[in-house]
Design a binder for this molecule. Structure first.
Ligand code: G3I
Length: 390
């Protein structure tokens, strides 16, 4: 296949201040080598140097009927032309990292602020990207007024109003919405169902989840309604408990006729974690699919805090983790989309949340801090190449 950079027209490149397409378009590719699993050795042999794509990740994903994209924040995306060019090149779906969270979108009880979300929606639209919403119901990123105003008397009305207002604002524009995020946290709760101590759980009981999905379905009947959660990836007691609890929750929601369409698996992976069991993950994905749900990988990245400082070694391990994980999840036909939580190492939440003790910059994403593809990019590309057709 010939190189394909579908959205970066000359006009948009100029508008973004992208001086040279050559800097955005790399020169060599590992595409088409057809390996579904990479060994460290193979990566060392093939992915060193300035790896450079001849095809975008979005094109490789689309060739298999999959969507690839990434999270971005308004600040960087609206001011950094190189980042914007990288998204335009590699992504067919965009998710705001923080701009649709309650804190940003409803800063006062009676005031909604969609300015940053609208800018991101427009960016997606003008570059033929789909747009997804994150997130309507979460116990974090709540505004300061929340505790004063939300009581057991007002909770239901405030929750349903927020969901309705935000979803109607973006009605018809959203590929999918994370309606409820991180409701389960096995190990952080005494409840046998694993539900996390949570303002909404305290105020409304466990039915807040069903209420949220029913409200969401009424507000925008044409978008995919997603339950999004973390810690579903490894063969650890925590993740095994989390998989069971999430599966039970999804089964309960389906049994009660709740309008839920997909599970979002965050997949914040860890380069130092060795307890990855492909069979357990496959089984979980198949169980979710058997409920009639689609699956999205919504926040993929690979923490490198405890990996060796050596760049080549570190990048290879991160790439290996991407490859091992994606080769399993893309085998499951219910998986329809993969999003990384950021695109370039220049902008990753892990810089703050999982900084390296040696002070070196973190490298968890497909592109380095100069927007060049890393072995992780190649690993994702290969996983798409090897994925079965949807
Ligand atoms: O924008 C302010 C800035 O003005 C201020 O000076 C600075 C001081 O701390 O804070 C900035 O806001 C931060 C914001 O990220 C933007 O960088 C917030 O403090 C910080 O809490 C916020 O963190 C976000 C976090 O969710 C909490 O909302 C991360 O960017 C974001 O990557 C992370 O994303 C979550 C998903 O929503 C759910 N799954 C896990 C994932 C990673 O934690």
């Amino acid at each position: 296949m010939s190189p394909e950079w579908p959205q970066l027209s000359r006009r948009s490149a100029l508008k973004l201040g992208v001086g040279s397409l050559a800097s955005a378009v790399a020169t060599a590719s590992l595409a088409g080598q057809g390996c579904s699993r990479l060994s460290f050795r193979a990566l060392a042999e093939t992915a060193e140097g300035s790896a450079a794509p001849s095809q975008s990740l979005q094109a490789k994903a689309a060739a298999k009927g999959l969507l690839y994209g990434a999270a971005a924040s308004y600040g960087p995306l609206s001011t950094d032309a190189n980042l914007a060019a990288a998204h335009i090149r590699d992504c067919r779906i965009l998710v705001p990292e923080n701009e649709l969270k309650w804190l940003t979108v409803q800063p006062q009880p009676d005031r909604y602020d969609y300015s940053q979300g609208d800018w991101l929606a427009q960016f997606a639209r003008s570059h033929n990207m789909q747009f997804r919403g994150h997130t309507l119901v979460w116990n974090q990123a709540l505004p300061p007024w929340f505790d004063q105003v939300v009581t057991s008397q007002t909770a239901e009305q405030i929750l349903t109003q927020h969901i309705t207002a935000v979803m109607q604002h973006y009605r018809g524009q959203m590929h999918s919405w994370d309606v409820v995020n991180e409701a389960v946290a096995v190990g952080h709760t005494r409840r046998s169902d694993g539900l996390h101590p949570h303002p909404w759980l305290d105020l409304l009981g466990e039915d807040y989840i069903e209420l949220a999905f029913r409200t969401a379905a009424a507000a925008d009947p044409d978008t995919l309604l997603v339950y999004n959660d973390r810690w579903l990836d490894y063969e650890t007691p925590r993740d095994q408990g989390q998989r069971t609890a999430v599966l039970n929750l999804l089964s309960r929601l389906k049994a009660s006729g709740t309008p839920i369409h997909a599970l979002g698996i965050q997949a914040h992976l860890n380069g130092s974690e060795t307890r990855f069991n492909p069979n357990l993950l496959r089984e979980f994905l198949a169980d979710v699919a058997s409920l009639g749900l689609k699956i999205l990988i919504t926040e993929l990245d690979v923490e490198d805090k405890d990996l060796p400082a050596d760049l080549a070694l570190r990048d290879r391990r991160v790439a290996q983790v991407y490859q091992d994980y994606l080769s399993v999840v893309l085998d499951e036909p219910a998986v329809i989309a993969v999003l990384t939580w950021g695109l370039s190492d220049r902008y990753s939440w892990l810089s703050n949340y999982a900084a390296r003790p040696d002070g070196l910059p973190v490298r968890p994403l497909p592109l380095d801090s100069d927007y060049q593809p890393k072995p992780a990019w190649n690993a994702i590309a290969r996983a798409f190449d090897a994925a079965p057709q949807r």
